[in-house]
Design a protein around this ligand. Structure first.
Ligand code: ZN
Length: 432
């Protein structure tokens, strides 16, 4: 695949993956199209050598893998890539209806560490999952996506907010409530969000007797785009961390390896990973347990495995370069970043770092290193969590980006291609 095709595919992937549910749905259909077989966690699994499978939990986390074709799993181990399906956003509250001065609004919770100011003046749509009672009385769930812009959070004019450019504080309870329309005084009592959702479902041919509940997030309808005189950059929502989900999937789908290869993409990283389907939950370990005959075989299999935890890194910003350690400020389009932290906020060690550098050398790619300034706190990701859950040797890497957790983030196009090549090299390794 050439650069344009890869960027086009990435763009289509992010456009489709508007929520973790839609991300998992999109990945599932790509896997199914490539011959991967869906396994329900509720069923007995009959696994065969060389088989390609995937399973999901809560519809928002996914594990996909290829069994080794010749060796046993404990001998082969798995070349694992990990990423996360969620991104910071505004989520609709359970009782969301607000009417203020005749404007219909939906109350929201802030999901994760969202950078709030970019959410103003954006054309927003709404998507996620709804649960309802069907005509036969059974509880069902469906994905929903309004697709068109149905909401907006307008800024307050600078004339009414003289501090807007000098450290204005955004109140998440009162200032980011999206407006979805207007209503006449006489019709105010008709504003019922669940009924609006039920109507949308029935328009789509879903039999919904009563809409019971929902998990819905707002998202920006602006499509991803390349930016820059030479199209160097890629601007989009949810680059953290759909970019890594996409790159991991590309590597898994392209592999011709005879060994075990696995991709895990978890929900809830942005809120600490503690959930049934989060990286701190048991999902991956439970899947791996089902691939092995015994506890001992599982332990051997993990010892023969390695995890590349892929999550974007902070590129050094030319307007704020003092926010980086001068020797560890990654540049966009200068290769993926190895993330290092002595306090184990990242799981990288010298050995896994050396291995990653070798994979990069094999494909002629450059790598960079990120260490946070010693006078600043360090972020974290699924790497250390999964490493400590499983005891698998791990490296934390990621494409450098700007504006992490903004509604519109920016990465480098070359980094996407180079990182995919390195990951493809990793999944071809005979032993790790
Ligand atoms: Zn992330």
């Amino acid at each position: 695949m050439n650069k344009d095709q890869t960027i086009e595919q990435l763009s289509a992937f992010i456009k489709a993956a508007v929520t973790p549910y839609h991300c998992v749905q999109t990945m599932s259909s790509m896997l199914a199209a490539a011959g991967f077989v869906f396994l329900n966690e509720k069923d007995h699994w009959d696994l065969v050598k060389g088989g390609k499978y995937y399973t999901t939990r809560n519809g928002s986390s996914i594990v996909a893998w290829q069994m080794p074709t010749e060796r046993d799993v404990e001998e082969s181990g798995f070349r694992m890539i990990g990423a996360h399906t969620d991104s910071p956003c505004l989520k609709v509250k359970p009782n969301p209806e607000i009417i203020s001065n005749g404007y219909l609004q939906l109350g929201v919770q802030i999901y994760g560490g969202a950078l709030l100011s970019p959410w103003f003046d954006r054309d927003l749509s709404l998507a996620g999952r709804v649960s309802y009672r069907d005509a036969k009385g059974a509880i069902q769930s469906s994905l929903i996506n309004f697709e068109k812009a149905i909401a907006i959070v307008p800024s307050l004019a600078i004339h009414l907010n003289r501090e807007a450019n000098s450290g204005f504080k955004i109140n998440p309870q009162t200032m980011v409530t999206p407006i979805i329309g207007q209503v006449a005084k006489s019709r105010e009592q008709d504003f019922n969000f669940r009924e609006m959702l039920a109507k949308k479902l029935s328009q789509e041919g879903v039999e919904c007797a009563e809409l019971l509940d929902f998990d819905l997030s707002f998202y920006d309808v602006q499509t991803p785009a390349t930016v820059g005189f030479d199209d160097e950059f890629f601007a989009s929502a949810r680059l953290d961390n759909l970019l890594s989900c996409f790159m991991g999937l590309q590597s898994l789908l392209s592999t011709t390896s005879k060994e075990g290869v696995l991709l895990v993409c978890n929900d809830h990283e942005e809120v600490g990973s503690v959930s049934a389907e989060g990286a701190q939950g048991p999902m991956l370990e439970q899947v791996l347990t089902r691939l092995c005959e015994s506890r001992v075989s599982l332990t051997r299999m993990i010892a023969n495995s390695m995890l590349i935890s892929a999550d974007n890194a902070h590129g050094i910003h030319p307007n704020f370069s003092d926010k980086h350690d001068a020797k560890h400020g990654p540049l966009l389009n200068a290769g993926p970043v190895i993330k290092v932290n002595a306090n184990q906020r990242y799981a990288t060690n010298d050995f896994t770092s050396a291995m990653f550098k070798e994979f990069a050398r094999e494909v002629g790619a450059q790598v960079q290193t990120f260490v946070v300034r010693s006078d600043m706190g360090c972020g974290s990701t699924i790497g250390p969590i999964t490493a400590s859950q499983l005891g698998v040797k791990t490296i934390d890497i990621g494409a450098p980006q700007f504006a992490m957790h903004s509604i519109r983030e920016l990465a480098g196009c070359d980094d996407v291609l180079k990182t995919i090549e390195i990951l493809k090299c990793f999944v071809q390794q005979q032993s790790v």
